[in-house]
Design a protein around this ligand. Structure first.
Ligand code: PLP
Length: 424
């Protein structure tokens, strides 16, 4: 077979882009060589509908063991009783949960997308807002933080079937106990989507959602530093409180409903090569060096936040408790779009982001989101964070000066040579 040089040239180009630049997108990270190897392995050839030991295809003896390892390691990492490692992504994990525990038209209460929530938590352009009836809570204008008492009020008024907590751009921790009280008061289930801070939660650096939330979903590729994918977990399996039935009319334990929500509910065959890579990532996350990594992620985020505050930038909620921060650029007379487009010219990758009570569209936005997970994997420490903020500030304050931007890009490219990434 002729080699597809077009695609391999592009992969090479993307590798060079990742090597030369400063990666500050809060949802991204760099996987290890062994995670990459597992993903690019012969396991991609195997169909394995079903669960380990209960498949609809022959020849699954080996992938059964790989998937079981992923399950067992995830259980150990998050101290949970039940896991499904098959969701192809975070969005798929949330879709599977909602299919399993809701009926079309049921009310869901989620965190407003424009305040930091995720599309799959009820946005009208997403399945979650089209199939279910979404209502939202948000942050307080004065503090930029969630008032958990207000969620109780909204839940009492709206009586949702499902309350969703977790976010894509919220830099503070969550009061899962208060959320569970709000859910119990109206007979709702509580789902935590910990896609962003999963690694910090696994290593005990943030509040533990499993104590209080009925169901927890996550992506595996953000702070968890695994392959692109999703997963669903429960610390304790329980009988489904709404008496929801399987398509065959049976009332089952939640684990059984959730398994059915993934397959056959929303997916076909699991991606066994990705599941093997998830197992490798969990193996790495169970090592002591991973906790050092997540501690460094948190310290680096705090130093980045301090650097921005010192230079007069407005951070939503004034700082960060996790790996990310949301910056309102209105006081600097800049839009998120201009900032994103200018920073990329200096090989600094961030993303534009709506800020709470934004007066601009999602295509323009008033803010940017910045995260420390990827640069920390690269080996950057607290003392390097001020230098990053300095570069960002220099480029933003000179957004119409190509000489300054090019000079900064050269400095960054030279600096990054001191932090080689995996060779892959
Ligand atoms: N949930 C949250 C909170 C997220 O931030 C994201 C992704 O950014 C997702 C779900 C969706 O994950 P994926 O892109 O893997 O579908």
């Amino acid at each position: 077979m002729q080699r597809d040089s077009q695609i391999f040239d592009l992969i090479q180009k993307e590798h060079q882009r990742q090597l030369h630049g400063l990666e500050l997108i809060a949802s991204e990270n760099f996987v290890s060589e062994q995670v990459m190897q597992a993903m690019g392995s012969v396991l991609t050839n195997k169909y394995a509908e079903g669960l380990p030991g209960k498949r609809y295809y022959g020849g699954c003896e080996v992938v059964d063991q790989a998937e079981q390892l992923a399950i067992d390691r995830a259980k150990e990492l998050f101290k949970v009783e039940w896991v499904n490692v098959q969701p192809h992504s975070g969005a798929q994990a949330n879709a599977a949960v909602m299919l399993a525990v809701l009926n079309p038209g049921d009310k869901i209460l989620g965190f407003d997308l424009s305040h930091g929530g995720h599309l799959t938590h009820g946005s009208p352009v997403n399945f979650s807002g089209k199939l279910y009836q979404p209502v939202f809570y948000g942050v307080e204008p004065e503090t930029g933080e969630i008032d958990f008492n207000k969620i109780r009020e909204v839940a009492g008024r709206e009586k949702p079937k499902l309350i969703i907590c977790g976010a894509s751009a919220y830099s503070r921790d969550w009061d899962y106990k208060a959320l569970r009280e709000a859910a119990d008061a109206v007979g709702a289930l509580l789902l935590a989507d910990i896609s962003h801070p999963a690694g910090l939660i696994a290593t005990g650096l943030l509040n533990d959602p499993f104590e209080h939330c009925h169901i927890v979903t996550t992506t595996t590729h953000k702070t968890l530093r695994g392959p692109r994918g999703g997963m669903i977990m429960m610390r304790k399996d329980f009988e489904n409180p709404f008496g929801l039935k399987t398509p065959k009319g049976e009332v089952r334990m939640m684990s059984s409903l959730l398994d059915g929500g993934v397959f056959p509910g929303t997916q076909g065959g699991p991606l066994e090569h990705v599941i093997a890579a998830k197992a490798v990532a969990f193996f790495e996350a169970l090592s002591p060096s991973y906790k050092e990594y997540t501690q460094q992620v948190q310290k680096n985020a705090q130093m980045l936040a301090k650097g921005f505050v010192d230079r007069g930038y407005k951070l939503i909620s004034g700082g960060t408790a996790n790996h990310l921060m949301l910056i309102d650029l209105r006081s600097k007379d800049l839009t998120g779009k201009l900032a994103e487009n200018t920073l990329i010219k200096a090989d600094i990758t961030i993303n534009k982001n709506m800020v709470p009570f934004d007066d601009k569209s999602p295509f323009v936005t008033s803010g940017i989101r910045i995260g420390s997970a990827a640069v920390t994997t690269r080996g950057l420490k607290e003392q390097d964070m001020d230098r990053i903020v300095d570069y960002i500030d220099r480029v933003l304050m000179n957004h119409d000066n190509d000489t300054v931007i090019t000079q900064t890009r050269n400095e960054i490219n030279n600096w990054m040579e001191q932090f080689p990434l995996f060779s892959y």
